[in-house]
Write a protein that binds this ligand. Structure first.
Ligand code: LMR
Length: 331
């Protein structure tokens, strides 16, 4: 007993320290939507998989609903290293690259399957690295879905939108799209939309069914129109220099976790949007209008002139590849 006490005291005196266990790398993942949306679910799946594949090596903290950083701040935070993963909608990269504006051209993609073909094809994959010179690296595309319109009155034909104020994401294409209709676009952060609709700062908006329902827009908008006129999808981006410095096994594990999360996201996105549409209809507080083929053709004709303004900046090769993803009809 005495010996043990002696050696214990001797070790302490010589300053031996038991090496501390390596601390896990803390990865902050910030996003702006609710947890019950495709992106909300996928971010949680990424955390679960990453921590399972890299036990003790990484700790992923997911911050939904603009809790940590909202639109406007999250990209700056990523550049500064205050957050390691974000997944903004493709419309929000406007100031970093014009190439991603292709996703905002109205009525370009027939459906989410066409969007997926384009993203997974060579041109779409190349776009993941289009912001590397700005320090951002794209790791995956996540689907949300096709956009719908809403207002405090039925929007059945383009002239119904004339003179109304519509909230848009920070995208020049989306602003031009509403100007094309004779409406007034207002760029607003996602977290501010409900209140702006409630107070009448804006009259209408465009978003996916899952975003509309999870933000309760049906409480402040009486009419939704099923237009599928555009897409809201995401690019999961990380800080390129942080990513490059990760140990190879951590990088490989995070890539695997990202693949699993992407698969889940893309499997649930369609169903979450269909369910959200149903719930808006069942809420009894708003009407959903289905367009006739002739009415939809009118919206398309009214919005499509926007393409000509942006095609040059995006690049003809990119726009052509996107058109081709629809199949024979638009190639
Ligand atoms: C929006 O601002 O409307 C969307 O981009 C929000 C989101 O991340 O889905």
């Amino acid at each position: 007993m005495r010996k043990i006490v002696f050696w214990g005291a001797a070790i302490a005196a010589l300053g031996f320290i038991v090496p501390a266990a390596a601390q896990p790398i803390v990865i902050k993942f910030s996003h702006v939507v609710a947890e019950k949306t495709p992106k909300g679910q996928a971010a949680l799946k990424f955390k679960e998989e990453a921590e399972k594949l890299l036990p003790g090596k990484v700790k992923v903290e997911v911050y939904p609903s603009s809790q940590l950083f909202g639109d406007g701040k999250e990209m700056e935070a990523l550049a500064l290293g205050d957050v390691q993963f974000i997944a903004p909608s493709l419309s929000k990269f406007d100031k970093f690259t014009k190439q991603l504006q292709v996703f905002d051209l109205p009525f370009l993609f027939d459906n989410i399957e066409a969007v997926d073909r384009f993203q997974q094809g060579p041109v779409g994959q190349k776009l993941l690295t289009s912001m590397q010179s700005k320090g951002f690296l794209g790791l995956a595309y996540w689907h949300n879905g096709m956009k719908q319109l809403s207002a405090k009155k039925p929007l059945l034909v383009p002239s119904d939108a004339k003179g109304l104020k519509f909230r848009v994401q920070a995208s020049d294409v989306l602003a031009a799209q509403f100007q094309q209709l004779g409406a007034n676009p207002q760029k607003l952060a996602f977290s501010e939309v409900y209140q702006a609709l409630q107070l009448g700062t804006v009259d209408g908006q465009e978003n996916t069914w899952s975003n509309c329902y999870s933000q309760k827009y049906q409480e402040v908008q009486s009419d939704f129109t099923h237009t599928d006129h555009g897409v809201i999808d995401y690019m999961v981006v990380t800080n390129a220099s942080w990513w490059k410095k990760l140990p190879p096994d951590v990088q490989a594990g995070l890539k695997k976790a990202m693949d699993v999360a992407t698969k889940l996201n893309n499997e649930v996105a369609g169903k979450l949007n269909a369910d959200a549409k149903k719930k808006i209809a069942e809420s009894g507080s708003a009407k959903i209008h289905e367009l006739t083929p002739a009415q939809r053709a009118e919206w398309k004709k009214a919005m499509e002139p926007v393409w000509a303004k942006f095609e040059g900046g995006i690049g003809k090769d990119i726009v052509d590849a996107a058109k081709k993803s629809n199949g024979a009809s638009k190639s």
